[in-house]
Write a protein that binds this ligand. Sequence first.
Ligand SMILES: [Zn+2]
Ligand SMILES: [Zn+2]
Length: 341
Amino acid sequence: MRSVLLIVVLALSAAANIYVTEGSLYAFQTYGPEKTTEGVLLFTICVHVEPFGATPSRGAGYHDLRLFKMHSRDLMTLARIVEGHGGRLVVQAQTPFTKVAVDEGDTILADLEAHGHEIGLHFHEYVHLGRNPESLPVTSWTRSMTNEIIFLKKAGVDAIRCWSGGNRYKKILEAASNVGLEVMTDYKDPRSQETSPLVMDVNPWRPSGGPDGGDLTLFSQNDPGGRIVYLPDGAYDPEMLAAKREIILENSVEVYLQFLEDSLKHSLEAAQPEKLNVFHITVHLGEFRGNPSKPYSIIDDFLTVNVDPLVSAGKIRWATFSQMADAYSQWERDHTTCPAR
Ligand SMILES: [Zn+2]
Ligand SMILES: [Zn+2]
């Protein structure tokens, strides 16, 4: 009787293991290191829709409907390309674009969300809060971020969980959490335009505190009780990543794409089977547009050559930022003793 029970228990736990392995977004190891499955990378392309002024009423910007329509078309083209590869984009938008979308009754952001793409917030604090935003109280930031979220909602977006920006503000995590945001990405010092080796990683974490000016000591440390998940870019060379414009201008887009390919390779090497691993590419509207008769075919080709084979091999899985953060939260529940990073 006892041996029958043992067999039943073993059979059940084996079945559970198979279920968990196949049902999870991350490579899951419940039975120790004898399994040598490589780590899986969750992957997406993030699009920053840049501000062109704090409001659409000043200077060159989205109030010029030709520019707005051109960038809307670009966004749809990118979305269709990525969908063709089985993926979804993350679009982080600024108020000038969102406000014109609302005024024009353009449903582009809601349409993208309906197709499974994630819409988030790209917050340029100097544009919205003036020259010295880090000296302002958290209520000023909360008000400003709320205004941007209201426009996104008016544009028909349902769920807004991720953002980028506020990278020198000590209380950015508190401000973001106050307005219901949960997932932060794309750390870059807005003054130097540089990123930092401290935040270059493939494993997400919950920052212990905001960036204090240029001091990332608390930001780069994991606090299991933290309210915000930070999704790092991946295993990029921070200097090369910061020099994107120069590389493209002084060399070519191809040189930069080679850097992206190398970074993807390094991130795959850094991915650990027992951890949650992420990697993303950030593009700005207009970048990588290439041949006007076939816009963004550069990205299409990059995905065909570099990403599709890895997706087929099970080494990469497409996931939006919120899906990555949810997978990370699940990973935390399953790995209470394993350090995040
Ligand atoms: Zn950007
Ligand atoms: Zn930006």
